[in-house]
Design a protein around this ligand. Structure first.
Ligand code: SF4
Length: 450
């Protein structure tokens, strides 16, 4: 719970648990140093552990830090795996209005978090640039009195990025986050648009955005499809070629168009894990050869494993990150507990719709049953399977995923691909660290970067 682990054989665990482990075992001092064992000479360990656990849980008091505004559902791409169920790009009724934005900002500034990040998403968020300008101006105005640490991110495919947009982003220190699925043929296949030039547009947009905003103020995310599975090295090479400092090898989520088009069913968890570990080992080799590059999912897990700090990545939070880690204001004012909750609603399941900004206030939304029930019921420390799992302190509670795939907030963990994936990742990271001290040092670096 406090950010220490020790790898033991089954026999050693048995000896330890049954009280047969004596001082002359080599393991005794290791267990004691890492606070798994206290004896008559121990005086500080329990207080120290309490302090570490308190540090780990402290961010919970800050409540929601990430506020996602869906400025429009319109998009000029037609990606088959799209998790957002986008609308055609001429349908203005899917744009956020100023009135809705103002009500949503009321909620944003009710959050006690000292750090507030407003992220613009779509559809293609830039298709409603007027709303981005309006929200940035209004948030900055309100922040003159609120005095939060305020940041903005535009999530965009960059295809329609123009110089005026870039000048606005530069003027307000706005970061950009884009999609990059790998080499041109793979990216274009995954992300079709008229002109079949999605990759070219993304690369050109990344170059221009870096020039305007600074190299490290432009990030990229990839989505794994069945077509990606045999090409992890090429995907990583593309990120290295474009001088990104790392990659997030993401699994596909079971929402939106990904389910309608059966893309989610196209490969199972085992195939994704093979893809993931081939990529991770390739990245480890790159680092061992002197090229610094990180895998972000591993780095976030390692942060939980090796430090007394938490990650703000919603999937790895328990209590779950829905609502309290991030919250979504849809174009029509409906508030969702997470991006995935919005995707689920697009499929007709509104379980995680928390209310609408036009008729609910902060307390209704943040203290309503729609949010508190899944948070309470899915808490990993107290649910079957997780509560006695050695990996629980590193794992997360994923009520939206388990509701979407199994019909309840907890899920039967032996049948959960979330559980299968995380267990394999935790074991894989430990095995690699235990096998090679250079990898352990590398992982310790990663844990402190993210
Ligand atoms: S690995 Fe599985 S059982 Fe263990 S805490 Fe995570 S979801 Fe629960």
């Amino acid at each position: 719970m406090a950010g220490e682990y020790i790898a033991m054989s089954r026999e050693e665990v048995s000896d330890f648990a049954s009280g047969r482990l004596t001082v002359d075992y080599d393991l005794y001092s290791d267990l004691k140093a890492k606070h798994f064992l206290i004896d008559a000479d121990t005086d500080v360990a329990v207080d120290l552990l309490a302090l570490k656990v308190r540090t780990k849980l402290a961010p919970l008091a800050n409540f929601t830090g990430l506020h996602i505004f869906v400025t429009t559902l319109r998009c000029e791409h037609s990606c088959p795996y799209c998790q957002v169920s986008r609308a055609n790009d001429d349908k203005r009724e899917f744009d956020m209005t100023e009135e809705t934005a103002m009500r949503a900002l009321d909620l944003v500034f009710r959050s006690p978090s000292p750090t507030i990040k407003i992220e613009f998403q779509g559809g293609e968020s830039l298709l409603n640039m007027a709303m981005i300008r309006f929200i940035v101006a209004e948030a900055l105005r309100r922040n003159e009195t609120a005095q939060r640490n305020l940041a903005f991110v535009i999530a965009t495919n960059l295809a329609i990025l123009d110089e005026e947009m870039l000048a606005f982003a530069r003027e307000h220190g706005i970061l950009m986050s884009t999609s990059l699925d790998g080499p041109a043929d793979l990216h274009n296949r995954n992300r079709p648009r008229p002109g079949k030039d999605s990759h070219e547009k993304a690369i050109d947009g990344i170059r221009r955005a870096r020039t305007a905003l600074g190299h490290y103020n432009v990030g990229a995310l990839m989505t794994t499809t069945a077509a990606s599975l045999s090409r992890v090295r090429e995907i990583i090479d593309e990120y290295v070629r474009l001088d990104f400092g790392g990659i997030f090898l993401r699994p596909l989520s079971p929402y939106g168009f990904a389910i309608k088009t059966k893309t989610y069913a196209a490969y199972d968890q085992k195939k994704w894990l093979d893809f993931y570990f081939e990529g991770l080992d390739y990245i480890i080799d790159l680092n061992l050869d002197g090229h610094e590059f990180i895998e972000h999912y591993a780095a976030m897990v390692l942060k939980k494993m090796l430090t007394p700090l938490q990650t703000s990545y919603v999937d790895l939070m328990s209590p779950a990150g829905i609502g309290i880690g991030a919250i979504v204001y849809n174009y029509d004012g409906t508030v969702y507990a997470s991006d995935e909750s919005r995707m689920l609603a697009e499929m007709g399941d509104t379980t995680f719709a928390l209310g609408n900004v036009h008729d609910k206030d902060f307390a209704d939304i943040m203290l309503g049953d729609a949010l508190l029930n899944p948070l309470e019921q899915s808490f990993a420390g107290s649910v079957p399977g997780c509560s006695w799992c050695a990996f629980e302190p590193w794992c997360g509670a994923e009520p939206v995923f388990h509701h979407a795939t199994q019909g309840d907030f907890v899920g039967k963990k032996p049948l959960s691909s979330f559980c299968t994936r995380n267990m394999a990742v935790f074991r894989g990271l430990i095995l690699r660290m235990e096998a090679n001290p250079d990898i352990k040092r590398m992982f310790e670096r990663w844990a402190n970067i993210v």
